[in-house]
Write a protein that binds this ligand. Structure first.
Ligand code: SF4
Length: 298
């Protein structure tokens, strides 16, 4: 395909986010926003209507990266859930990455239940064979009442099935769970149900984030109207402890080193579980310093 806009640089639009582990990746924005865009705590893509970007623009960015990003060997497809791009088109994007960025070793993207559901296992395998190496999936909670309340768009059973589908396709699966999302009252129920969901899904990586209140979101409104109460530091640590306690992986990494958390934990499961629980116990007793409020961020 001829491309006239190749010299203009990368065509980023609006707020762009990527997982911490993709910090050094070539960030290729292939969609705008998130096809779901309804989670009550999420303000990330409120300013964007979901669209798939023009092939010409995508190719232009790939060509730009081929000239100026030769040291970066991973590509991350932004925005919200690039996996929802129809199979033929997504395969075309992966083909162009292979063609022009031959040094790239892995392509990653965000996914949600809807986008994974839309792909057959065979299609996911085809994508993996064409370079898609990892998907990042926002699980948030295993508590079905809470999943409904936060408008996650799927129940825990479907969430587990979608995660298993990715793993069965041979694609690495990294999931995020949300500390504090149940408020004070539902905290322990959320922790236990989430640990159980994670055990059934058995992903490669689990990242625990702490919910942050974003103005303009329904959760923020609930907070202002005193319908939602954020757990305090100790309650969040107790929630994290309970979640890890109920998480049994065959082999995986559970970490809470995101900047939104009070205590960075990195546990290789199953073997590192007790050590992680001990660390949290020491933090609860005040023997380990917590990240100060001003250092916490999204
Ligand atoms: S699926 Fe993810 S990006 Fe989309 S609204 Fe929910 S949390 Fe935000």
């Amino acid at each position: 395909m001829e491309c006239e806009v190749e010299s203009e640089g990368m065509h980023y639009e609006g707020m762009c986010i990527r997982p911490p582990s993709e910090a050094y990746s070539i960030l290729l924005q292939v969609t705008l926003g998130c096809s779901h865009n309804k989670c009550s705590f999420c303000g990330t893509y409120k300013d964007k209507r979901f669209t798939i970007k023009d092939d010409k623009i995508i190719l232009s960015d790939i060509l730009f990266a081929s000239k100026y990003m030769r040291r970066q060997d991973q590509v991350f497809l932004m925005d919200g859930d690039a996996l929802i791009i129809p199979q033929k088109r997504l395969m075309w994007i992966l083909d162009r990455i292979k063609e022009h960025l031959s040094w790239v070793k892995r392509v990653g993207a965000y996914a949600n239940a809807k986008s994974i559901k839309m792909k057959t296992l065979e299609e996911l395998i085809e994508l993996r064979k064409n370079g898609l190496g990892i998907l990042y999936y926002g699980v948030e909670t295993g508590d079905d009442d809470l999943r409904k309340k936060i408008t996650k768009g799927s129940d825990a059973k479907t969430c587990i099935e979608m995660g298993r589908k990715v793993i069965n396709a041979g694609i690495k699966l990294s999931v995020t769970v949300l500390l504090g999302i149940a408020g004070r009252v539902g905290s322990m129920k959320h922790a236990k149900a989430t640990g159980e969901l994670l055990s059934a899904m058995d992903p490669n990586f689990i990242g625990a984030l702490t919910v942050m209140l974003i103005p303009g979101t329904p959760l923020y409104e609930d907070f202002v109207n005193k319908k939602f109460e954020l757990p305090d530091e100790k309650e969040l640590l107790t929630e994290l402890r309970e979640m890890i306690r109920h998480t049994n992986l065959s082999r995986g990494l559970f970490y809470s080193n995101h900047a939104s958390n009070y205590l960075p934990v990195k546990a290789r499961l199953p073997n590192g579980k007790q050590e992680a629980l001990n660390l949290i116990d020491r933090a609860l007793k005040g023997e380990v310093g917590l990240r100060p409020e001003w250092m916490r961020a999204l």
